[in-house]
Design a protein around this ligand. Sequence first.
Ligand SMILES: Cc1cc2nc3c(=O)[nH]c(=O)nc-3n(C[C@H](O)[C@H](O)[C@H](O)COP(=O)(O)O)c2cc1C
Length: 192
Amino acid sequence: MILIGITGGIAAFKMASLVSELVQEGRSVVVAMTEAATRFVGPLTFQSLTGREVVTCPWTASEGRESPHIHLARCADAMLIAPCSMDMTAQLATGRCDNAVSLLAASIDRSRTPVLLAPSMNETMLDQPSTRRNLAQLAEDGFRILEPNPGWQACRTSGRGRLPEPEELRESLLEALASSTRAAIERGDEEA
Ligand SMILES: Cc1cc2nc3c(=O)[nH]c(=O)nc-3n(C[C@H](O)[C@H](O)[C@H](O)COP(=O)(O)O)c2cc1C
């Protein structure tokens, strides 16, 4: 199962194409969204595309015995957070986990399951020392950072900070899945 975390960036609309593509390939996809993300694209879009409930609230009870975030984190083969807001980079770099997306990310063992981050923001926000520091820290902590693209931005200027196109995100995700499967085989994990 692939976990997709969506945060409050203008590029959230691009995620509908990616999620649709993954589902059409027969992959099981669960989407989690921050409250800010739901202001850009409605959860109903992703619920319809995936056929599964969108995770927006960590407090929603599940029928099973496990907490929902622990269960989903355990079932995930990979997680992609895209767009990953400036705010989310700060949350993850400092270990905060007070929303559905950051809590799921915090519950994943990155030595076994890759967590990819696709930062996407205005160039000035990307160049803030805090963002640079947080991204460097996140790379050191084992998150895989996908470089944003240069090009047209929602602030109607060109700059670095564009979310990669859905096809590029898909390729990065599939590469990460393949390399974690190879690592699992080398470790001799049964489920690999
Ligand atoms: C119209 C609008 C567009 C925004 N676009 C972005 C963006 O592309 N990237 C970003 O990091 N923040 C962007 N923000 C700011 C975030 O939405 C804001 O920091 C929010 O608190 C992020 O919350 P989250 O990280 O919990 O999703 C935007 C805000 C507004 C009002």
